[in-house]
Design a protein around this ligand. Structure first.
Ligand code: FAD
Ligand code: UDP
Length: 379
């Protein structure tokens, strides 16, 4: 009898498997329908020997010391600050929009203060910022919104920014200084030997059994367990009883080129002219030395593996109905990006899972080792 059946071996499932096994002495079966662990963060060496991310570029960043230290138990880190250029008006300029972006785009030489005045003079004052259009137009005005955000967002979501929650484009800030990093989090680093190696280390515990290539529905009636932790799409768990929740998918097209680097930075965004949204050159992310490099093009689409929840009011309403069903379950817990329908980064999923672990320890005190309270980070 397993104490926990965990569906999904991505961040959400693997963090819980690791905690429950190593900190609470629980017997865990973690199962995934794919042929590998790591969920969407899975990486591997392609036939040219270059480390690539199968489900698109994954850059780790967090402000949480707890999350960074927790994962640090399973991997050494390689410091990496991601930088992105956008292809706009025939030039490559930094995104998030900053002082250099404005100066390069318009052939100006504005100071930081002057850039602020520039934004203020163009910003449309929107009383209630609600949509992804509002957020940008309210900060930098319509022209920059159209150059950098409208086309990209339409491609990515097949929706106009005015139909999406403000939180989507709010992920990308606007700056008046020259800081050209994509993220400003305190901790920005990549697992030195890749994500998959980190996941292997997390799951290498005698109390954890791994079953791949298996949908949980195939084994649920034959393998006994006490509790389930579910990290797949929440609507699928409930057989779409209220209808399908929209998830956005992406087709990834990989190429290997004979040059050491394909482009001048980790990612180049294409807001306007191409069918793809961005190209990522993996060797910037991984720090690998190799005379060739591998790149990935991202083509957003509606059908396919569910990758992104779509943040807009009607979807939040529909999710709430599923959430009520999920909350009513007594021995099944829902966690992660697909199961809680949240546009979460990796670190947020880790934090959510660590929180659930603490809650499980309170709900089921019999699962605590020797009846003692378990300090979270003690190894
Ligand atoms: P997942 O990784 O999706 O894991 C869920 C697992 O459940 C999957 O492996 C799936 O196969 C399995 N599963 C589902 N249904 C079943 C079933 N019926 N039976 C068995 N198994 C099942 N985050 C960042 O922090 N930085 C980034 O740069 C970044 N870039 C991203 C780029 C892309 C293109 C995408 C799609 C996401 C990106 N993310 C990034 C987000 C990151 O991928 C997620 O936050 C994280 O991987 C979510 O982990 P999870 O465990 O919740 O879900
Ligand atoms: N976005 C945009 N132009 C850009 C970058 C981002 O319009 O050059 C918008 C777009 O809607 C995108 C969202 O901001 O989906 C969030 O961008 P992020 O880079 O965080 O997307 P992710 O890495 O999660 O795909």
């Amino acid at each position: 009898m397993f104490d926990y059946l965990i569906v999904g071996a991505g961040f959400a499932g693997s963090v819980l498997a690791e905690r429950l096994a190593s900190k609470a002495g629980k017997k865990v079966l973690i199962i995934d329908q794919r042929n590998h662990i790591g969920g969407n963060a899975y990486d591997y060496y392609n036939k040219e020997g270059i480390l690539i991310h199968k489900y698109g570029p994954h850059i780790f960043h967090t402000n949480s010391r707890e999350v960074f230290d927790y994962l640090g138990q399973f991997t050494p880190w390689r410091p990496y600050e991601h930088r992105v250029l956008a292809s706009v008006d025939g030039q490559l300029v930094p995104i998030p929009i900053n002082q250099n972006t404005i100066n390069k785009l318009y052939g100006l030489n504005l100071s930081s203060q002057e850039v602020e005045t520039f934004f203020n003079s163009r910003a449309e004052n929107i009383a209630r910022v609600q949509t992804s259009e509002d957020v940008v137009v309210n900060k930098v005005g319509r022209e920059l919104y159209e150059k950098f955000f409208r086309g990209y967002t339409r491609k990515m979501w097949d929706l106009d920014p005015s139909e999406l929650d403000a939180s989507v484009t709010a992920r990308v800030p606007t700056r008046t200084n020259k800081d050209d990093r994509y993220f400003t989090d305190t901790y920005q680093a990549m697992p030195l030997y890749g994500y998959s190696r980190m996941f292997q280390n997390m799951l290498a515990h005698p109390n954890i059994k791994i079953m791949l290539n298996t949908d949980y529905k195939e084994i649920i009636d034959v393998i006994p367990y006490k509790y389930m932790i579910y990290t797949g799409p929440v609507d699928s768990y409930f057989n779409y009883c209220y209808g399908k929740l929209p998830y956005r998918s992406i087709e990834f097209k990989f190429e290997t080129v004979d040059d050491e680097f394909f482009q001048p930075t980790g990612t180049v965004n294409y807001p306007n002219d191409q069918a793809y949204t961005r190209i990522t050159d993996f060797k910037y992310l991984t720090g690998q030395k190799h005379h060739k490099t591998s790149i990935v093009y991202e083509y957003p689409k509606a059908e396919g593996d569910p990758y992104y929840p779509v943040p807009r009011p009607e979807n939040a309403e529909l999710y709430k109905k599923y959430q009520q069903l999920a909350n009513a379950m007594t021995n099944t817990y829902f966690v992660g990006r697909l199961a809680t329908y949240k546009y979460y980064n990796m670190d947020q999923v880790v934090a959510q899972s660590l929180t659930l672990f603490k809650k499980l320890m309170q709900n089921h005190p019999e699962t605590q080792l020797n009846g003692h309270k378990i300090p979270l980070l003690q190894s």
